[in-house]
Design a protein around this ligand. Structure first.
Ligand SMILES: Cc1cc2nc3c(=O)[nH]c(=O)nc-3n(C[C@H](O)[C@H](O)[C@H](O)COP(=O)(O)OP(=O)(O)OC[C@H]3O[C@@H](n4cnc5c(N)ncnc54)[C@H](O)[C@@H]3O)c2cc1C
Ligand SMILES: C[S@@+](CC[C@H](N)C(=O)[O-])C[C@H]1O[C@@H](n2cnc3c(N)ncnc32)[C@H](O)[C@@H]1O
Length: 660
């Protein structure tokens, strides 16, 4: 894996950006705005298409080359002018060399009339790292999914139906990689029926290649110094070309839900609250059921959790999910109160042994320094503000979060009804509705139900065989002292300690695979103190922790909920016996793809298994679930959504039956 690099820009005497690598301009010298509007908005007939969107409707735009985001902002402005309230805009754009925040700000300052939109984009343009990065704008009315990386690596991973394509690489002669037959085949694969397309170039070979991919391109008069440009529409996959492989039926999208957009979400922790928020932002009515008297009383109830990224240098599905999830959560936190609800003080992972130091060196070679970089012991100590024995890996954008604040903010939406003290004991599907029952009492009903109750989802027969395990964990609360105020960043080794929130540091966390009892234990407080000593003897002294008897310590315990492959379980669920029957052929030959449609449990979805990193995975998985339910572009690569799919376990069990 190569780390992503920012765009290298030069600025002309009128303040316009120019790419040093491609020796080309980001937008026309004369009037970037007029050209964007003419070439992309007009040729794709966006004004009339936005105006025709119904409440709950949406349009999906795809772009090659996000650059300064000018096209995106112009499309958003037009959408704002013409689309009804309750319609949505999805914009998906691929970019290999994202602008730095400072460069983006400088470039967008050129367009005062776009300022309200540019401001919102700039506020959210943080933690933009490789892979899929989702930005939620205008309270969810506009969704931007940036695919950071080479177009030909990223687009094949996209699961979406694009209604309008903007082709905006640099000029074909200067940037041939953005104008290849292979790339145009991807645009065709992703094109919705009747999709439109336009570009500023009229180069003959480009037109012929796009046509060969299944589009019908027409030359049309240009603007400014462009004599002609191209516009077109998607006719269909060309007959002479083999069809791209279809999604395997067990990972295909279930049929869209007809009728009322109302969901029951069962569980008021991070998974449930974020799911409710993602659905409500799309116009769904949500009944959020929580058995306790308030939200976030179980795993999501700790005073501080850490935005801790356990990445792999090999780009595994889990590592991709973590990087995309981190960016998403980090951007959501911008809406919360810094210092009380969260703090972006950075996270330092200590290289506490040789193996860890080696792992960290590999990560530093694979990711950009803005995400993580190595610190020697002296630098680490300067960062942390307390004496340390080791250097480590520093994540400048990391920090701590008060999870209940995130939960409460996410559940605060006029379309969400929070039903506390509501414990769903049973679920029944009758006449197209899911009913949550407690004995004879019907708690709530809706056509869709999302199980977000961590390992408790195993109580329902439909999800009873999902391999979720509970792992008890305990945190210790330590009062801040004048000396411990120096701690300036979260520091982690086997455990973690965070700078104080409201006068208290959180020290975590134990792992107990056996215990079912949530009463905090003295032994685990003692274990947490031992982890603190391993992090920093100096900090232990500053906290006066050596003088504290573990019996006097306070804390809380809860269950993490993990799956065997450590990935969360997110998506639609199938009926297990029918699934085994439909795909029985896989027992004999794992490469078979039977045609049988997946026997979905209509309207039943899962968001669980967030393990020790729910702060990073749960909010993005909520977006993934909402994308499944609304037939939208997925916020993660197809391979990641498959790796998180509830059907993966049933599938593996069938394949294992082959002895393979
Ligand atoms: C000690 C400890 C330390 C941690 N540290 C971190 C950290 O530093 N960083 C990090 O990212 N993550 C951390 N985690 C993990 C993180 O807290 C979890 O991944 C996350 O909170 C999971 O959220 P959830 O909504 O899936 O589960 P929960 O928060 O457990 O929520 C599930 C909710 O569902 C409700 N429920 C269940 N069944 C029903 C039902 N039938 N009817 C009604 N309600 C129901 C429960 O009451 C509960 O409120 C830690 C976890 C623990 C235990
Ligand atoms: C003309 S600029 C895009 C302008 C942009 N649409 C705007 O509104 O500002 C072309 C963009 O394509 C990006 N690019 C070039 N080659 C690429 C590739 N192979 N994959 C992804 N992006 C690429 C460049 O970094 C640059 O940002």
């Amino acid at each position: 894996m190569n780390p992503i690099t920012h765009a290298q820009l030069d600025w002309d005497d009128q303040g316009r950006p120019h790419s040093r690598v491609f020796d080309d301009v980001y937008f026309s010298d004369k009037s970037g705005l007029e050209e964007t509007r003419y070439v992309f908005l007009e040729q794709n007939r966006l004004q009339e298409r936005f105006a025709a969107l119904p409440v709950g409707g949406r349009l999906v735009i795809g772009e090659t080359g996000f650059g300064t985001g000018l096209n995106f902002l112009c499309a958003w402005q037009l959408f704002e002018q013409y689309a009804v309230a309750g319609a949505h805009l999805h914009f998906v754009s691929v970019e290999k060399y994202p602008l730095s925040h400072a460069d983006l700000q400088r470039a967008l300052a050129l367009w005062p009339e776009l300022q309200p939109f540019a401001e919102q984009l700039l506020k959210q343009y943080i933690a933009i790292h490789q892979g899929f990065q989702r930005l939620i704008l205008d309270n969810g009315r506009v969704t931007l999914t940036l695919l950071i990386g080479d177009a030909l690596e990223q687009l094949p991973q996209l699961d979406a139906q694009i209604d309008a394509w903007f082709l905006d690489g640099f000029a074909p002669a200067k940037n041939p990689d953005m104008w290849t037959a292979e790339l145009f085949a991807e645009l065709a694969r992703l094109a919705a029926p009747g999709a439109t397309i336009s570009t500023f170039t009229s180069t003959g070979w480009v037109r012929r290649l796009i046509n060969a991919a299944g589009f019908k391109m027409k030359r049309t008069p240009g603007i400014g110094h462009k004599w002609e440009i191209l516009r077109g529409e998607f006719l269909g996959w060309p007959a002479q070309t083999p069809l791209p492989p279809a999604a395997k039926p067990w990972f295909a999208r279930p049929p869209a839900i007809d009728g009322e957009r109302h969901a029951l979400v069962i569980g008021g922790g991070l998974a449930g609250c974020t799911t409710a928020a993602s659905l409500a932002a799309r116009g769904w009515r949500v009944s959020l059921l929580e058995r306790h008297t308030a939200l976030a009383q179980e795993a999501s109830g700790n005073p501080q959790g850490v935005l801790y990224l356990k990445l792999s240098a090999h780009g595994t599905a889990l590592s991709q999910l973590i990087l995309s999830g981190f960016g998403h959560t980090r951007r959501l936190l911008e809406h919360l109160h810094r210092g009380v609800d969260w703090d972006g003080c950075g996270v330092l992972q200590l290289a506490f042994n040789a193996k860890e130091a080696e792992r960290q060196a590999q990560l530093a070679a694979a990711f950009s320094p803005g995400l993580l970089h190595l610190l020697n012991p002296a630098q680490a100590q300067a960062r942390a503000g307390v004496a340390l024995e080791h250097g480590g890996l520093f994540f400048p954008e990391g920090g701590w979060v008060h999870p209940p604040a995130l939960c409460e903010w996410q559940a605060r939406h006029p379309l969400i009804t929070v039903l506390t003290h509501h414990e769903a004991l049973e679920l029944q599907r009758v006449d197209g509705q899911w009913h949550a029952l407690a004995g004879d009492t019907r708690l709530a009903s809706a056509p869709v139900v999302v199980l977000a109750g961590a390992a408790e989802i195993k109580r329902f027969p439909f999800s009873a065989d999902l391999p979720l395990k509970r792992i008890r964990g305990q945190i210790t609360r330590l009062a801040q002292t004048p000396q411990s105020e120096a701690l300036a960043t979260v520091v982690c080794a086997e455990g973690y300690v965070a700078p104080a929130r409201l006068g208290e540091h959180t020290l975590g966390a134990s792992f107990d695979f056996k215990s079912d009892d949530l009463t905090p234990t003295v032994a685990e407080h003692a274990g947490n103190l031992e982890m603190l000593r391993e992090i920093s003897v100096d900090l232990t002294q500053r906290l006066g922790a050596d003088a504290l008897a573990p019996e006097q310590l306070e804390g809380r315990a809860a269950f993490r909920c993990t799956s065997p492959d450590y990935l969360p379980i997110v998506g639609p669920l199938a009926e297990r016996a029918a699934f085994d029957q439909a795909y029985a052929a896989l027992r004999k030959d794992a490469r078979q793809i039977p045609e049988a449609a997946c026997p979905w449990l209509d309207g039943l979805y899962i968001n669980s298994g967030h393990g020790s990193r729910g702060l990073i995975t749960a909010p993005l998985c909520a977006e993934l679930l909402a994308a499944w339910l609304n037939d939208e572009p997925l916020p993660v690569p197809a391979s990641v959504s498959e790796a998180c799919h509830p059907n993966r376990f049933a599938l593996r069990a069938l394949i294992r039956g082959t002895g393979g």
